[in-house]
Design a binder for this molecule. Structure first.
Ligand code: DX5
Ligand code: ZN
Length: 228
């Protein structure tokens, strides 16, 4: 479990992208703390989503909302500055992408942005731990990155638990995000393991009332702190 504040982050990838301004207003009114923005380049992952213009639009429409940007791209160091300039508050870069990870994380922080390290389901925690001093958040993928709407991988939970234990033991100030297949059913286990940021796309956006969906997800996630 974790005593860190619970954060709900709807993933814009699950929204109706043809009505992005309307969707942004809906998220703003939903009570969610953050908005998660998935950037895919067709190289690091097989899919292409959108670029820095999406972040710029969300910043314009959503005022001071916290924009949590997830770069599923190769050479994220080349593009980090552009996303920060567009309005990102948190920038998550993958450990598995082609770049000097430590240098990228440090430069994100130097630019005044929160630095996030994202790891795929198959990546062992021991590769991430040496980078913890450079991180504000650890994003644990609970699906293989690239697409919304995939099934949650419960086999990632022991890694999340180990990450939270390491963070507590070494006294780091790091949020743990879960991303992929997060729902009312899977969120309690994530919180019980020590995650505190719930990214959810298809689960939230397939419900007609987003405000109610966010509030239900918050309640079920919080129940993990009791059961865990
Ligand atoms: C997947 C993305 C996720 C995605 C989650 O590669 O990183 O953020 O939007 O979507 P759901 O919640 O539908 O699994
Ligand atoms: Zn994501």
């Amino acid at each position: 479990m974790t005593t860190r504040p619970l954060i709900i982050a709807p993933s814009i990838l699950g929204a109706d992208l043809g009505r992005i301004e309307v969707e942004a207003e809906r998220i703003k009114a939903s009570g969610a703390e953050w908005v998660h923005v998935d950037i895919m380049d067709g190289h690091f992952v097989p899919n292409i989503s959108f670029g820095a213009n999406m972040v710029r639009t969300l910043r314009k429409v959503m005022g001071d909302a916290t924009l949590d940007v997830h770069l599923m791209i190769e050479q994220p160091d080349r593009y980090a500055g552009e996303f920060i300039e567009a309005g990102a508050d948190c920038l998550n870069v993958h450990l598995e992408a082609r770049h000097q990870v430590a240098r990228t994380l440090a430069s994100i922080r130097e630019a005044g942005c929160r630095a996030g390290l994202a790891i795929n389901p198959a990546t062992l925690l021991k590769h991430a731990v040496p980078l913890f001093p450079l991180c504000d958040q650890l994003l644990c993928m609970t699906v293989n990155p690239g697409f919304g709407g995939q099934a949650f991988m419960p086999e990632v939970l022991p890694k999340i638990r180990e990450a939270r234990e390491t963070i507590l033991r070494q006294n780091y100030n790091i949020d743990i995000t879960v991303d992929g297949g997060v729902s009312d059913d899977t969120a309690p286990g994530c919180v019980a393991a020590g995650a505190n940021v719930m990214v959810a796309g298809s689960h939230l956006f397939r419900q007609p009332d987003l405000t109610q969906a966010v509030s239900k997800l918050r309640t079920s996630a919080a129940s993990g702190n009791i059961s865990g």
